[in-house]
Design a protein around this ligand. Structure first.
Ligand code: HEC
Ligand code: HEC
Length: 347
């Protein structure tokens, strides 16, 4: 009896340990935030990349994560205001850019998920997104020619389960960085890679505090309080004055009415590629966004205290707006949007 081979449990094939991933530390960026129970490995990231682009993760085999997260557009959804799931149902939120998320600690516009590992499984089962269920997806992967070996290389044996899928997707997403914009080249060597006069004026406006009429300080657009640091987000949740009666936002997480209308402050890196804008995609262009901050801020009980121009406006001229726009364009990074390490492995 003891020696009888059990056909349901063939001897586990073992694999050598995966190769630790070498993080490339770029100037001015903070070190990566390590998820100690899911260290990045070359094989784990490669598996995650395959899963990200694999339409087998959806109920009818037509949709992958990449359907709503297109690398050429900083992994946003092809200019759509709202994404369409496999049944044709339309969501209520604008797809989010994916890069530099190692420095992020809450996910989705309202921050309702605390780890990427939990986050990445949600679209698979969401009825208005990929609309499958995890046991079914795991079965499809078990029966594929590709995945048992890839899971083996990433995790030491060929076991496939939802937790491993989530960890591999987390590793891939954490490996995606955007660090090579014109602005980065300027910061590293301003003499060799200067900004134009307009971009420089836009940068100055971005970094300066609001200066009310009559003040002798130079004019400021006051963007850095929330979109500051080299990441171009301080990774907080704030109410940026979109509505007098704001949507729920971060209150859904904390239950605190003081968090009403607060949303994840997105990084402004690659923002020229990610239209439309805001959690509900209400603005089609960056010009509209700049007009919002210049003269459209809506006061409400939870509007951020840094938006001191509310009611009076920033007083930006047409030239100031053009300069700010020119500066935002310096944050686009085509090294990242063309990086083969993030591209579809099935093509
Ligand atoms: C049908 C379109 C669609 C599909 C498919 C989809 N996403 Fe998304 N994704 C979105 C939308 C819309 C949001 C914002 C949702 C929200 O805030 O409620 C989002 C948000 C995210 C975020 C949060 C980013 C942040 O900064 O907080 C991550 C990470 C993400 N998606 C990864 C994935 C992965 C991994 C998959 C595949 C398993 C996937 N998405 C499939 C549309 C989609
Ligand atoms: C009080 C914090 C705060 C300040 C100050 C601020 N923002 Fe924002 N910004 C946010 C938040 C929060 C969002 C997302 C809001 C939402 O979707 O509900 C956002 C969204 C954006 C977006 C859309 C990004 C996207 O991916 O959809 C752009 C562009 C933007 N801000 C530019 C600016 C500029 C330019 C300034 C200065 C004129 C500025 N912001 C000042 C908090 C701020």
């Amino acid at each position: 009896m003891a020696c009888k081979p059990d056909s349901n449990n063939p001897p586990a094939k073992t694999y050598p340990p995966p190769t630790p991933y070498q993080w490339v530390q770029k100037p001015f960026f903070p070190p990566p935030v390590i998820r100690s129970d899911n260290a990045l490995t070359v094989e784990g990231i490669e598996l995650g990349r395959h899963l990200f682009y694999d339409t087998q993760l959806s109920g009818d085999g037509t949709q992958s994560c990449a359907s709503c997260h297109n690398q050429a557009l900083a992994f946003t959804d092809n200019g759509r205001r709202f994404s369409t799931g496999i049944t044709g149902a339309i969501g209520t939120k604008n797809s989010m850019a994916l890069f530099n998320l190692t420095w992020s600690s809450r996910f989705f516009w309202d921050g309702r998920v605390a780890t990427l590992r939990q986050q990445v499984l949600l679209p698979i089962e969401d009825p208005i997104e990929m609309h499958d269920n995890l046991p079914n997806v795991v079965n499809k992967l078990k029966n594929s020619a590709l995945y048992p070996d890839m899971f083996g290389k990433a995790f030491g044996d060929e076991e496939i389960n939802a937790e491993r899928m989530a960890k591999a997707l987390e590793q891939f997403i954490l490996s995606i960085t955007s660090t090579d914009s014109k602005f980065d080249r300027y910061r590293i060597n301003p003499v060799l890679n200067p900004l134009t006069a307009s971009e420089q004026r836009g940068f100055d406006l971005f970094m300066r505090e609001f200066s009310p009429a009559g003040s002798n300080r130079p004019k400021g657009a006051d963007c850095f309080h929330c979109h500051g640091t080299h990441l171009f987000t301080v990774n907080n949740f704030t109410n940026n004055g979109l509505d007098a009666n704001p949507a729920t936002g971060f209150q859904i997480v904390t239950g605190n009415p003081l968090d009403r209308g607060k949303f994840k402050t997105p990084s402004l890196r690659n923002v020229a590629l990610t239209a439309p804008y805001m959690h509900d995609g209400r603005f089609s262009t960056l010009e509209e966004v700049i007009d919002h901050y210049n003269s459209g801020l809506q006061a409400s009980p939870t509007i951020d205290i840094n938006l001191k121009s509310t009611g009076v406006g920033l007083g930006l001229t047409a030239q100031d707006k053009a300069d700010l726009l020119a500066f935002l364009h310096t944050l686009s990074d085509t090294v990242y949007t063309n990086n083969p390490a993030y591209a579809n492995p099935f093509r």
